[in-house]
Write a protein that binds this ligand. Sequence first.
Ligand SMILES: *Cc1c(COP(=O)(O)O)cnc(C)c1O
Length: 352
Amino acid sequence: MISRYRSRLPVTDATPVISLNEGSTPLIHSPRLSALSGAEVYLKFEGLNPTGSFKDRGMTVAISKAVEDGADTVICASTGNTSAAAAAYAARAGIRCAVILPAGKIASGKLVQAFIYGAKVVAIRGNFDDALRIVRELGALGGVAIVNSINPHRIEGQKTASFEIIDELGEAPDIHILPVGNAGNITAYWRGYREFHAADRSSVLPKMLGFQASGAAPIFHGHPVEPHTIATAIRIGNPASWEGANAAVKESGGCIDTVTDAQILDAQAWLASHEGIFVEPASAASVAGLLRCLGSDRCPRCPFAGGLRAGSKIVLTVTGHGLKDPDAPVKHGGFAPVEADADLTAVRRALD
Ligand SMILES: *Cc1c(COP(=O)(O)O)cnc(C)c1O
């Protein structure tokens, strides 16, 4: 990814590039969401990055810069995916990684990733916002590089997703929809779109629509909250990039809105069974958000309210892979196979 967009990233010939071939993820046309919305809808499937989420885009830059600066230890707070990415890229770089997580709130796949990539894992009795506060305090003591999105290199790396979308579509979409947790990603996408717009690579600037879980919607409500949601990757009560999200929404004419956990889980199952794309719950907030925009309970500022012009393009970022968090959909869907004896008749009966 760094090699693809080197001139727009904070790297020099002196930067050792630590990469796992992240980025260049598929932009998948969605026939069914297109039919529902009357627009051309695409899904940017970030779950196909090396550790299964978009966090790899920021991490390749953050870890490369940390190694360039001589760091031998990186540290982060995480709802799961940042720690998976940090641990993998630290392993690749041959440096140490420590992660601070909210105990009991990390999806099983993500926790396994932190361990298997060799990170030191500390689970605190608190939420992500507490973990980030402790990481900031540890960073102030010195000797470690913080690789949360308060590290500006993370946002720089993540903006490349917008570049890829413009490269593929030939212009920016009219509307971009994504889930919002700590708000680093909406900040990064908006930066990427503006940069390519300024460089005449696109004549369009998309309206940015961010969706928070209704139980973890501090930006929507305008004040920090105690976060509750099944979508653990956006379970954040006091986002670090709050101002970046507000700027993206204001400058683009978009909005921040909410979707419920039930809408998120329904959208997750709908996307998997209608388009063959399995994303984690937080990622399904994009799809749930689009469905909300198409319904009658959309917010008054919704760009869909005035109708879309013909041929509009919409891109939804689906941020992480569904296999990261198998427990949530199983619990929601109550999935269980039909059991049968091991003979043809019994199996045919079970299939009927
Ligand atoms: C980190 C993450 C988010 C939220 O992104 P922010 O930059 O924190 O707003 C959403 N979905 C997934 C899968 C994530 O890992």
